[in-house]
Design a protein. Sequence first.
Length: 366
Amino acid sequence: MTNITAIAAQFRPSNGTSIESTEPLGSGNINDTYLVQLEGGGKFVLQRINQKVFPHPELIMANLRAVMEHVVTRANGTSSRRWELPGVVSAQDDQDYVIDDRGDFWRAITFIEGARTYPKINDAHHAGEAGFALGTFQRQISDLDVAVLHDTLPGFHIIPHYLGLYDGGVRAPARDTNTPEIRYGMAFVAARRDWAPVLQNACAAGRLRERPIHGDPKIDNIMIDDDTGLAVSIIDLDTVKPGLVQYDIGDCLRSCCNPLGEDAQDLDAVTFELDLCESILRGYLPEVKEFYSDEDYAQLFNSVRVLAFEMGLRFFTDYLRGDVYFKVRYPEHNLMRGLVQFRLAESIEAQEPQIQRMIHSLIQSV
């Protein structure tokens, strides 16, 4: 068993004190995360990077450094509002990471005090702050040259890539596929697979262009100040890479506008909440107006529809393949997650006229 305290002691926090305790932090699907408490106060976050998902974790750290160095050169633009991003805690040998005797890759980042994340949206104010946080982050890195960023997850958010994995899972499934739930999922994918690469097609045609993106701006990566209720950070920057900003806003809307969350058990109750969508976009659009193009605006609806489809496809595929990517808490977990996203996508599709009118009205008011 890995000695977490011994690993933590190989990093050098700014106050230089000894380790008092360590404890698991959060419930991420990919990495193992721990909160390190220092003697006399102070904390930092320790993470073991999943090298099955990130085969070159040193590139994650290079991207994080590039983002940090760029952001400090830009004015915050948030007036007196508190806003900060997690920084890198160096190891004792001045490297950005530690590799233990088992070959595991560990890194440490600063802990953002007096704030927390939430597993789902609490109310319209919370939704607006989520939109503000994503928009602020995108604005701060919008002029960072994508050439300096490494693609740490080739194929991430690329629908044809996920369809290829899905097809492989269908050809050689690790599960019994003769169930109503599996048949529903397969029919859902079949009906949308020709449309689903719409964002990649727009990029290939030159209508959209790649910029730096967060890559995973779901609601539990938005930190909210305990006292003010305002967003103060967006965390989990492992997926920062070149991509389309549509992936980010689509994923934010997908995760935030489903009040029951990704682990909903009542599929019939899953719905895309228009009021939350409006609040998020009200917070988001003013922050991105300086760099958004007409085509960026035109693809807003497709953004959320695609990302709900994509996330459902990924969960569903992982179930078919035997749960090789996402952590699960029970045997049918990935199947249920996939079906929740498919139902969410259906709700988005059913409300397309209302969503499109809302988007048009908000764009006009920015």
